[in-house]
Design a protein. Structure first.
Length: 132
């Protein structure tokens, strides 16, 4: 796997996930299938979905920094620490999704485990930006 292939895949998945959350906000996707079906009103749904979108966009920004595609950049160590935090969150979220009430949400365990695996691949690469 090319050193930046996991970044490309993750960014593509993030794009789809952000579109999914936008679909929930605009009610093209029922909000009963997200957040464990615990959202009680539209205001709560919009807040949670906006936070989800921002977190996903932040992860995309970090991945772009890691791949040296943008000039503004956190220090490499900071990027790696935050990516490790995301890795832990995705692993925990995978287990949470496995024990969800709805089968649809259980399917997200596959997605979150793929996210965790790809982030792990990125973090394990030595000299990420020095390879051709």
């Amino acid at each position: 796997m090319n050193d930046k292939t996991p970044v490309h895949i993750l960014l593509g998945l993030l794009f789809v996930v952000v579109l999914f959350h936008i679909g929930v906000i605009f009610k093209a996707i029922p909000n009963e299938i997200v957040w464990g079906g615990r959202l009680t009103n539209d205001s709560e749904m919009r807040t949670f979905e906006a936070i989800s979108i921002l977190v996903n966009l932040f992860l995309g920004l970090l991945l772009s920094m890691k791949a040296d595609w943008i000039k503004f950049k956190f220090k490499e160590k900071t990027i790696n620490i935050i990516l490790w935090i995301f890795l832990v969150l995705f692993v925990l979220n995978t287990f949470g999704n496995l024990f969800a009430n709805s089968n649809f949400e259980k399917l997200f365990a596959v997605l979150t485990s793929v996210f965790a695996f790809l982030i792990w691949k990125i973090l394990k690469q030595k000299n990420f930006n020095d390879r051709k």
